[in-house]
Design a protein around this ligand. Structure first.
Ligand code: HEM
Length: 182
């Protein structure tokens, strides 16, 4: 049987951060525009975090994940995460930090649908901030946000692939199984 191979499969670990940054194509103008909105993001960050926590707390099945953590600390962490979207510097260090956050959620046993479904709320608050910089800033914000959405999904996929590869013997076989080719 022919084993399929794709170039994207060879990009793993820290290389994913570099690849995504280049693939999303964040321009120096995007960085400058978003960075200029940093103070506005700061002003909105606690409202964002409260809204965010409110959604998690509104349902039993999500509230139980945050129950063991002090809410004010979690809210502060979320507020900082939001502000960083407008840091204006989106380099490898930035992307790697965002990837690590996805991995934290994998380890919580939190189904991926919750963080992904949360991005509508992030989009709403982020676009409100970005709107002050005009349409180009809103589009730049969407690019930067897509990095977070991508790395959250990537963290979950990598976790599954790693475990499946251990069972199957290698990652290529694991990918083929997921493609229903085995
Ligand atoms: C857009 C989606 C989300 C983002 C951006 C986000 C962001 C973060 C960040 C930045 C941290 C701190 C990670 C660290 O540095 O250790 C964190 C931790 C945490 N998040 Fe989320 N989160 C999201 C969705 C969720 C959801 C939906 C839940 C629960 C239903 C959740 C539960 C938690 C918990 C319990 C922690 C604490 C983990 C620990 O300290 O070990 N998150 N989150």
């Amino acid at each position: 049987m022919d084993m399929p191979q794709h170039k994207s499969w060879e990009i793993t670990g820290p290389d994913v951060a570099a690849e995504l940054l280049s693939w999303i194509n964040v321009t120096p103008e995007d960085c400058q525009l978003l960075g200029s909105l940093y103070e506005r993001a700061k002003e909105r960050s606690m409202t964002f975090a409260q809204d965010f926590a409110g959604r998690i707390l509104a349902a039993e099945q999500t509230a139980e994940y945050i129950a063991p953590y002090p809410l004010d600390v979690l809210a502060k962490t979320l507020a900082n995460w939001f502000i960083e979207l407008f840091s204006g510097t989106y380099d490898l260090t930035y992307a790697e930090a965002r990837i690590r956050i996805g991995q934290v959620h994998v380890r919580l046993g939190l189904p991926v649908r919750y963080p992904i479904a949360m991005f509508d709320l992030v989009t709403r608050h982020g676009e409100q901030v970005a709107a002050a910089g005009g349409q180009t800033a809103v589009e730049a914000f969407r690019k930067i946000l897509s990095l977070d959405i991508a790395v959250f999904s990537q963290a979950y996929e990598e976790n599954q692939l790693t475990h499946l590869a251990n069972v199957m013997g290698n990652e290529r076989l694991a990918r083929m199984l997921l493609m229903k080719e085995l």
